[in-house]
Design a protein around this ligand. Structure first.
Ligand code: MN
Length: 299
């Protein structure tokens, strides 16, 4: 098992600072998880509208929004408009290939004065034909055991299984420690795991890890154990999954396995190609974002 710690890059997303843990230059993916933004926790002052992300496209990925505090509106080109509240997941699927895609907006509702969420992306297996889709999961498996509170957002953990649909083997569990202890999670052979610290201090895979840092455990064998030592009050997100059989490269809101598909995404979006549909922005303060031209080399 190979263990490595990563620190966040701070980015501005829709007007608020976020801590980005994935992708990293030396670690693009954890299983098929290819993007991790920690949003907040942040309080909005008078006149502060919170997160306001205008219409933008995605290809070859799913956006996975895990809401911890506050609420967020999602609106997409398939016609879905869905509020996501704490303990719920919004899962939007862009579909695979050069002829599929989706676009959406994300917006803090007017009445909401704080927000705390983790948004992840899941790279889709590009050898599969996957259609665009949107799913909302209002209720997920939630339980407490030995002073630890769990909410399973996708996949299987212990004897619990989430209803969340998947295109490659994945797992994501929200873990809150009510008492100090060491959790031992059996690794699956070939899987990769990430322990992301939302708050508190953790020792994961033997490495000390502060809030907004992530320990990644890769090249797992069958008898490996993901060991998470935490104080009372600690809150972590444990993600895991099987790596995809192809590479994942990134440009803007796009992922793919070659530069050409990313360039085509940029051109198609900026030329209003029908693969990304339309979102009615009448009466909205949101705008349609412009895709930046892809550079010569993307890795
Ligand atoms: Mn998005």
């Amino acid at each position: 098992m190979n263990v490595e710690k990563f620190t966040p890059h701070i980015k501005d997303v829709g007007g608020i600072p976020v801590a980005r843990l994935l992708p990293q230059s030396k670690r693009r993916t954890v299983g098929a998880w290819c993007f991790l933004d920690h949003i907040g926790p942040v309080e909005f002052g008078e006149g502060d509208k919170g997160l306001q992300v205008g219409a933008h496209p995605h290809i070859n990925l799913q956006t996975f929004t895990w809401m911890i505090e506050g609420e967020m509106w999602h609106q997409d080109s398939l016609g879905y408009r869905q509020l996501v509240s704490p303990k719920q997941v919004n899962l939007m699927t862009a579909g695979t290939g050069d002829n599929r895609g989706i676009s959406h907006t994300e917006q803090t509702p007017d009445h909401v004065k704080s927000t705390h969420a983790v948004q992840l992306w899941i790279a889709l297996p590009l050898h599969k034909e996957i259609e665009p889709n949107f799913e909302h999961y209002p209720e997920l498996p939630e339980w407490s055991e030995n002073g630890v509170d769990y909410i399973l957002t996708t996949g299987t953990y212990d004897n619990h299984t989430a209803p969340t649909s998947q295109h490659s083997p994945l797992m994501c569990v929200d873990i809150r420690f009510q008492t100090a202890q060491t959790l031992e999670v059996s690794a699956k052979a070939g899987w990769e795991y990430g322990v992301f610290v939302i708050s508190g201090d953790v020792e994961a895979g033997g490495l000390a890890c502060a809030p907004e840092e992530m320990v990644v455990l890769a090249e797992c064998a069958d008898d490996d154990v993901v060991r998470i030592k935490a104080d009372a009050g600690t809150h972590v997100l444990l993600i895991g999954g099987e790596p995809l059989p192809h590479k994942t490269i990134f440009w803007w809101n796009f992922v793919g396995d070659d530069v050409e598909s990313l360039r085509k995404g940029v051109d198609d979006w900026n030329n209003h190609h029908s693969r990304f549909g339309d979102i009615d922005l009448t009466g909205s303060t949101l705008t349609r974002l412009v895709a930046p031209e892809a550079p010569e080399h993307i890795r």
